[in-house]
Design a protein around this ligand. Sequence first.
Ligand SMILES: *Cc1c(COP(=O)(O)O)cnc(C)c1O
Length: 387
Amino acid sequence: MTQWRAERLGQLPPYLFVEIDRRKQAAIDAGKDVMNLGVGDPDCATHEFIVDRLASEIRKPNNHRYPVGSGVGEFVDVAIAFFKKRFGVQLERDQITALIGSKEGIGHLPTAVVNAGDGVLIPEPGYPVYTAGTIFAGGVPRVLPLTAAGHWLPDFDAVPADVAENTRLMFLNYPNNPTGAVADVAFFERAVRFAREHDILIAHDAAYSEVFFETKPSSILEVDGAIDNCIEFHSLSKSFNMTGWRVAFAVGNPDAVAALAKVKDNLDSGQFNALQLAAAEALSHADHVDVRAMTDVYRQRRDVVVAALSEMGVQFDTPQASFYVWARCPDGYTSMEMVAKVLDDAAVVIIPGTGFGASGEGYFRIALTVDVDRMREAMERIKSIKW
Ligand SMILES: *Cc1c(COP(=O)(O)O)cnc(C)c1O
């Protein structure tokens, strides 16, 4: 029988969670109360003022037609105003496009800007979509290693000259998934300088820019001249508990934004107008008490996890942003062995570091996406495991 499956799908990294899924199902079948600290998906509902706006916009027939170009006027205006207020950066209208979730934009970007055979630098451990989008576009993924010693920031001096010369695009992601690391403007300045020297476009994934505990994360576009070689992805998913809504935007270099918009014009017709208007409502109320209250919710959960891991003697850095805690496995355990034991002995699902690339070996990730009482119980169970 002919296999109706393109060869490029075979180039995608293997899906590591089959074994975890199997054990999780076995635990559920055995009647265990399985707690999921795996998924990076906010457990709290979308704020009511956002839902209310969608409910009113959905009844207006002019919102039922195809969406317009790079985004509904109000959404684009509000996103520009948000950017100015939050990062002090004034964007022009040709420097922004609405997206159907930032995963969509990130996944399509290589098709828009990378030629077949071009190198793409991808941070590892990292979000798997950077690699998938690169492979679909015929680009060549190259590992940009993140290490604990480097505080999970890449060392640009360590990129071999021949790799840098062949690189067209480089992905960065701060606040970082899975490590919870944050980058300051000085780091972004180094990144922009390195990319300029080698004629590289930087795609900065800022999906967690609004999920922070202490200091507000920066935008790479705060760097002077960054508009020449940077595009940045912002998403409402994590900031406003809107993962299911699929709404985001890309900002930055106008050629790169136009190239991405061209790919999208040819593949999708944009996000539902009513939904973009609800997203505009969210973005224009980023300081709403309900939105800001989420910071305290995640901080409380973080503190529970951090206290438990400290008691266990596990090594980790306390995350300053994102809703993840990234920590070292106990001595003698690989990521998969650790995660399997936590699932079998404590009925708690966590993610092996190797799910984010080979260099995640020796680490695991806990997501802060269950309520604080469940979180406390999950950590009690993990603490009682005999290693
Ligand atoms: C969740 C996530 C995104 C994507 O979110 P969308 O819902 O597609 O906007 C992008 N990057 C990282 C690192 C994420 O964790």
